[in-house]
Design a protein around this ligand. Sequence first.
Ligand SMILES: [Zn+2]
Length: 225
Amino acid sequence: MTSWEGIKAIKLEMDAGGNPFVVHAAVLWDESEAILVDTGIPGQLELIQKVLAEEGIPFEKLNKIIITHQDRDHIGSLPELVAASDGNIEVLAHEAAIPYLAGQTPLIKSGTLAPPVKVDRALQDGDILPYCGGIQVIFTPGHSPDHISLYHIPSKTLIAGDALTAQDGVVMPFNPEFTPEKKAALQSVAKLLDVDIEIVIAYHGGVCTGGIKERLQEIVEHTSV
Ligand SMILES: [Zn+2]
C-alpha cells in the first residue's frame, strides 16, 4: 500500500438553470494517484479543472474518478471529464451502477438514459482500494440501489455521498425526499457505526468532525422510516 498524501473536500459552486447549487466532492491524492469522487451536474468540466488546479492537482494528473451513485448531480460531468482526459481517467463505481452509467438502464430518479460511460473497475462492498493509503468501499444502498460510501483508512474520513447529509458541520440523515428506500438507507447508516469515523464529507452539506459515532447513533435511533 502506498503512503498517503492527501484528502480534501472540494466545494463546487455551480449554476443549475439560474439557481446556485453547491456540492462537496472529494479529492484524494498520493505520489501516483489523483482521484475525484463524484462530478457535479453536467457542464462542470472547466469548474472542476479550475478547483483541482487550486488544490495543486493539474487535470492531467487526475487518473481516477469514483462515482458514489447514479444520481445526475453526481455523474453529470463524468462524460465530459472522461472525454477531456484522453483515456487517462479510469472510472470506478459499484457493480450495480454499471448498467445505469452505461446508458442501458434508465436512471431511477429521472427515468432517462445517462450518456454512456464505461466503468473500468466494478466495486463491491468491502473492497480496499490500494490508493492514498487505502480506501475501503462500503455499500450503503437506500438513497439508490448502487450507492457506496468510501472510507479513507489513514485519515478515518468517510466520503458519504448521499448516504448522509450535513448542516453547519453536523451530520444529518439522508434526505428523505430523494431517498426512495428509506429503511435500507437507515440500515446503511447503522452499518457505518462499525467504522471508526472521525471526519465525514457529505456531498450535500460538507465536512463534519467530532462526535461522529454518537451522532450516527442518534440518527439510527431517532430517524423514522
Ligand atoms: Zn446528490
